[in-house]
Design a binder for this molecule. Structure first.
Ligand code: SAM
Length: 257
């Protein structure tokens, strides 16, 4: 019998409390979550391009308002739903998962009256993955891995929920001297919640790739992400030392390795 990955409460409670403190501000695009809001265009592009590259959606549908129609997406660490809603507006069927009851409540309240296909669940990915293996076309964790104590258990839980030929998308800060300094500057500029990031918890793309490989997921793309504070915008960039976006694909264990 397959051993469950872990059912431990894999959460840094104090860290999540810091994020909950700013709960009322989550949906203010110029508030303390401003960087998260401005990351949406890049992360949506990452997901759409990634799903085109694996044949889940057609290239000619890229700019259609319902480009994600019929695509099942799990948004792990969904917070107040800033990315979750954006995906659902493109007609994806989205499940948002987060251990914070408070953030999930904000997310549920915000979607009211919008007729979006979103289900929000308060659960750990490790537990959820045992009940929902290979269910999703795409599993996303954007700006989450750096907040999780046991990153291996978290990433393996995510990977478990992906269908064969399905995709994993991650955005997170890299662990470099540049990101050490960059995080301090981001605090000063108030574009991320003060003290919400611990540099030693940052993870490199190659560390992520090694873990995902254990669940039959090959990393096929890593792109640097660059935030320009004064314009409050993100763009893709060749430099991966500050923050990066990663796309991995689960191969079919029966067919290929
Ligand atoms: C910076 S927020 C990002 C929220 C969302 N992904 C977005 O970009 O809008 C980090 C989120 O990670 C969540 N989180 C922390 N530990 C987690 C864990 N073990 N599993 C899933 N989510 C977690 C927090 O509750 C919080 O919602």
């Amino acid at each position: 019998m397959e051993k469950p990955i872990s059912t431990a409460t894999n959460v840094d409670v104090d860290n999540v409390k810091l994020l909950e403190t700013s709960a009322a501000e989550w949906w203010d695009p110029s508030g303390i979550q401003t960087a998260i809001h401005s990351l949406n265009p890049c992360r949506i592009a990452l997901i759409i391009d990634g799903l085109i590259s694996t044949g889940k959606i057609k290239a000619e549908d890229r700019n259609k308002p319902d480009v994600l129609k019929g695509i099942d997406i799990l948004d792990v660490g969904c917070g107040a739903g800033i990315l979750t809603e954006a995906l659902a507006r493109l007609k994806a069927n989205v499940v948002g998962l987060d251990p914070s009851e408070e953030l999930v409540k904000i997310a549920r309240d915000h979607m009211k009256g919008q007729s979006l296909n979103i289900e929000y669940i308060t659960e750990f990915i490790e537990d959820y993955s045992i009940k929902n293996p290979e269910k999703y076309d795409a599993v996303v964790a954007s700006e989450v891995v750096e907040h999780v104590p046991d990153q291996k258990s978290f990433l393996l839980g995510m990977a478990k929920c992906v269908k064969p030929n399905g995709s994993l998308f991650i955005t997170t800060p890299n662990r470099t001297m540049f990101s050490y300094v960059g995080t301090k500057i981001a605090y000063m500029l108030k574009v991320i919640v003060k003290d919400s990031h611990t540099w030693s918890h940052f993870i490199t793309p190659s560390e992520v790739a090694v873990i995902l490989k254990e669940q039959n997921c090959n990393t096929i793309l890593v792109r640097g992400l660059w935030f320009t504070p004064f314009f409050n915008t993100f763009c893709f960039a060749p430099y991966q030392g500050m923050q990066y976006a990663l796309h991995a694909v689960k191969y079919d264990n029966q067919k290929q390795k």
